[in-house]
Design a binder for this molecule. Structure first.
Ligand SMILES: Nc1ncnc2c1ncn2[C@@H]1O[C@H](COP(=O)(O)OP(=O)(O)OP(=O)(O)O)[C@@H](O)[C@H]1O
Length: 279
């Protein structure tokens, strides 16, 4: 692992179901610097949850390795947010405090709950979104070095999403927490994440700081012509009009209008390309 990486993988692979099972992840190599907020993106079945579970130490690699902080310094919020159904919200936080002696940050946990639910409620009586809040409160209360979130915002209403995303990002910035967050909501990642890891078919397709990746790509429209020496990520032609996203090799010179892509443009083009490759 490079010296300041908070999470790294080398030729990481995982096959479910023993030798006969299919590979969910294969030959994954990356190093995520400490303090980054990383978006983990990819189509359904790409291997995102598998990667997060490996990072959390809940699965063992079939091959290669993953290097992460010690278990007690990681908080992991799984997609199904496992919580004890018969505990109240207050008791759930008390359990968090008892399980994390000397480290528990009660005010961070309470900020996540933000008076939105009755602390005496039992977890089993909460809605999906309310449970998400409790799971996030437990995760932030743990004051982790590495926060692993598997589609954390999926069942939150838009206002709660906006509020919690802001809170998470501010908390991570204040404490230098490294965050890896899988999501299908591309618009929400823009502005929140400074690092990107795109998986498809169990492999890393794109990896790097968001600013560098954006700066390496150009959106162009204009007449159909040879795009060499640039690498075409995606192109479409309508009549004689060409629209393309390229990873440029030096300046893009030609008869085209060029613009800088947004993160959503970049992700959609790469996702469509990997979809096309799969079809
Ligand atoms: N427990 C399991 N047993 C067998 N195969 C599994 C298991 N969990 C996941 N898989 C398979 O591994 C692959 C990767 O699944 P994973 O859940 O990691 O993808 P994902 O990117 O998180 O998908 P989604 O966006 O739908 O949540 C898929 O082909 C899936 O069918």
């Amino acid at each position: 692992m490079t010296r300041d990486a908070a999470l790294a993988a080398g030729l990481l692979g995982l096959r479910y179901g023993g030798r006969r099972g299919g590979w969910a992840l294969r030959e994954c190599d990356f190093a995520l610097p400490a303090g980054r907020v990383c978006a983990l993106v990819g189509p359904n079945g790409a291997g995102k949850s598998t990667l997060l579970a490996l990072a959390a130490g809940l699965l063992r690699p079939t091959e290669g390795h993953v290097t992460a902080p010690a278990r007690e310094r990681i908080a992991y919020v799984a997609q199904d947010k496992p919580l004890h159904p018969r505990l109240s919200v207050t008791d759930t936080l008390r359990m968090g405090r008892e399980l994390n002696p000397g480290r528990w940050d009660e005010s961070a946990a309470r900020r996540v709950l933000a008076d939105t639910l009755d602390p005496r409620s039992l977890v089993r009586d909460l809605s999906g979104g309310q449970r998400t809040r409790v799971a996030l409160a437990l995760a932030l209360g743990k004051r982790p070095e590495l926060l692993l979130l598997d589609e954390p915002m999926a069942d939150l209403d838009p206002l709660a999403r906006h509020q919690l995303m802001g809170l998470l990002m501010a908390d991570a910035a204040d404490h230098g927490t490294t965050v890896v967050m899988s999501s299908h909501i591309l618009t929400e990642l823009e502005g929140a994440c400074d690092h990107l890891l795109l998986l498809a078919g169990g492999r890393v397709r794109l990896d790097g700081p968001v600013d560098d990746l954006l700066a390496a790509h150009t959106l162009l429209t204009g007449p159909v012509a040879d795009l060499a020496p640039h690498t075409v990520v995606e192109s479409r032609t309508t009549g004689r009009q060409l629209t393309a996203l390229v990873r440029h090799e030096g300046p893009v010179e030609g008869p085209w209008e060029t613009t800088a892509p947004s993160l959503e443009d970049l992700l959609l083009a790469h996702l469509r390309t990997t979809e096309g490759a799969r079809a």
